[in-house]
Write a protein that binds this ligand. Structure first.
Ligand SMILES: *[C@@H]1O[C@H](CO)[C@@H](O)[C@H](O)[C@H]1NC(C)=O
Ligand SMILES: *[C@@H]1O[C@H](CO)[C@@H](O)[C@H](O)[C@H]1NC(C)=O
Ligand SMILES: *[C@@H]1O[C@H](CO)[C@@H](O)[C@H](O)[C@H]1NC(C)=O
Ligand SMILES: *[C@@H]1O[C@H](CO)[C@@H](O)[C@H](O)[C@H]1NC(C)=O
Ligand SMILES: *[C@@H]1O[C@H](CO)[C@@H](O)[C@H](O)[C@H]1NC(C)=O
Ligand SMILES: *[C@@H]1O[C@H](CO)[C@@H](O)[C@H](O)[C@H]1NC(C)=O
Ligand SMILES: *[C@@H]1O[C@H](CO)[C@@H](O)[C@H](O)[C@H]1NC(C)=O
Length: 422
């Protein structure tokens, strides 16, 4: 098979950049004769004129919106989320305890002061297994007069193992001496084989936290996905100053700031808004440009690296910026577009090892995702990812990648099969 790619949908376009797209992958329907496959192509390109009524202004949920409020007290868990490990038999549970601080002279919480415990089992009234994990806090510091610093609540990550495939598990998380969460549940992925697949996978990117995000996420939830992939650009906290003032166009309005600021509470708002979904359905995230968030000491990607769990160690990667996992008969590879991808670098070496292990008799589908598309006809971000394409296209083509999903460009595009621009 050869490489073909799918693009992204958007609800509207423009400089607002807070937009989202999503699409559902239902592997079972790939064989449906009524849905043309790219194998039936090449098709003549079709362009649909932009509906200018969609070129609206994406309005962020304000910090007063009930859906972004902290609803717990003390060190009770909030922002609960799940992520798959590399196979069905293990899953990551993440949550946050304690309050973030933003201002002058913030004092980080002690992550060791609160335990990281998940109690789980296949019966809701008998959580007979216990798993423990680790915790951390991260800071977003700006050593400039007038800018505010942020320190997060305590972020907990626990990996639970020994799970059976296609099985519903109940769990609660927290520290028993400070309060456990209510009981949530999730379903493990099916066994990896040519005949078993999750029923529905949602793929979304460039979510932000606007009123349009809420429409997209509720549509997504109504479609009951078993798994969600978020191919970069999450909270858009970097469209804000540290004092909480936002702009659709950061560079137009804040051209005189000493560093590109962020308002980290937007990440907490995003985690709270998403919790109903992410506490039940695993969310697999890979970094986009909005996650860069440069701060003191040249640190970058701190919120991204700290808040999410990634199966990077389980998939033989040494970096949270790229990893892989299986979901039934699909092998997903999440690539890092904002870290070294050169042929002499670690990511490329890891990708070679990962693809060499890929076995079509176990996972017939190879799906690769990363944030900025290599192929797009839209003016915004045109050919922006050429260097990554030059470095990696031959390798992912040589293993017969079936589908590529990207985000970044806020316009829907789906292409014929393509390799080296042909
Ligand atoms: C924020 O942290 C930086 C680095 O530690 C420090 O230089 C700066 O003074 C702090 N700012 C405030 C407002 O506390
Ligand atoms: C986006 O949200 C705005 C309200 O903030 C609404 O007027 C507009 O219709 C929405 N756009 C789409 C495409 O749903
Ligand atoms: C935040 O800072 C900007 C730039 O200094 C200023 O224009 C704005 O009024 C401030 N907002 C608040 C809420 O203090
Ligand atoms: C932000 O910049 C845009 C483009 O220059 C301008 O139209 C808009 O009025 C500015 N907004 C604010 C709040 O200054
Ligand atoms: C999450 O679910 C609860 C209970 O159904 C509901 O009250 C709340 O509004 C939901 N939150 C969001 C952000 O949709
Ligand atoms: C920050 O990183 C940039 C680019 O990697 C480098 O040029 C610069 O010297 C670094 N600065 C510090 C203070 O480490
Ligand atoms: C691929 O998986 C099949 C089915 O489990 C197995 O028989 C075969 O040995 C595997 N191939 C390699 C190269 O490991």
């Amino acid at each position: 098979m050869s490489l073909h790619r799918d693009g992204s949908i958007t609800t509207f376009l423009g400089l607002q950049l807070l937009l989202l797209f999503f699409c559902f992958l239902s592997p079972a329907s790939f064989s449906d004769a009524t849905i043309p496959s790219t194998l039936d192509g090449p098709f003549t390109p079709v362009t649909i004129t932009l509906d200018t009524s969609l070129r609206g202004k994406a309005v962020d949920l304000p910090d007063t919106d009930p859906r972004v409020q902290r609803y717990v007290t003390g060190f009770q868990p909030e922002q609960i989320s799940l992520a798959l490990s590399s196979n069905y038999d293990s899953i990551w549970v993440s949550w946050i305890t304690g309050e973030f601080q933003i201002g002058m002279n913030v004092t980080p919480l002690d992550p060791k002061s609160i335990a990281s415990i998940v109690q789980f089992g296949t019966l809701g009234d008998s959580l007979i297994h216990t798993a423990t994990g680790s915790s951390l806090v991260y800071n977003q510091l700006y050593p400039f007069e007038g800018l505010l610093n942020y320190t997060s609540g305590i972020i907990h990550h626990v990996r639970i193992t020994g799970l059976k495939p296609s099985t519903v598990y109940y769990y609660r998380c927290g520290d028993p001496s400070h309060g456990m969460s209510k009981i949530h549940h999730f379903k493990t992925m099916p066994v990896s084989s040519p005949s078993s697949y999750p029923s529905r996978i949602a793929i979304v990117g460039d979510t932000g936290l606007t009123y349009n995000t809420t429409a997209t996420i509720s549509h997504l939830v109504q479609n009951s996905p078993d798994l969600v992939l978020l191919v970069g650009d999450v909270s858009y906290a970097n469209l804000y100053l540290t004092n909480g003032t936002s702009s659709d166009c950061y560079s137009c309005n804040f051209s005189n700031t000493p560093i590109h600021e962020t308002y980290q509470p937007r990440w907490d708002y995003w985690g709270r808004f998403m919790e109903n979904l992410t506490s039940t359905v695993p969310l697999m995230v890979v970094e986009g440009n909005h996650e860069l968030e440069l701060q003191a000491g040249n640190k970058t990607f701190e919120a991204y690296s700290s808040r999410f769990a990634f199966p990077y160690i389980e998939s033989g990667s040494t970096s949270k910026f790229y990893y892989s996992f299986n979901a039934g008969g699909i092998h997903f590879v999440m690539l890092g577009a904002y870290i070294d991808f050169d042929r002499s670098g670690e990511q490329y070496e890891w990708l070679k090892r990962d693809l060499a292990k890929f076995n079509r008799s176990v996972t017939p589908w190879l799906v690769v995702t990363w944030h900025p598309p290599w192929y797009s006809t839209y003016t915004a971000h045109y050919k922006e990812a050429e260097c990554m394409k030059v470095a990696m296209e031959e390798l992912i083509y040589s293993y017969g990648t079936d589908i590529v999903f990207n985000g970044h460009v806020h316009a829907y595009e789906r292409s014929n099969r393509v390799y080296t621009t042909n």
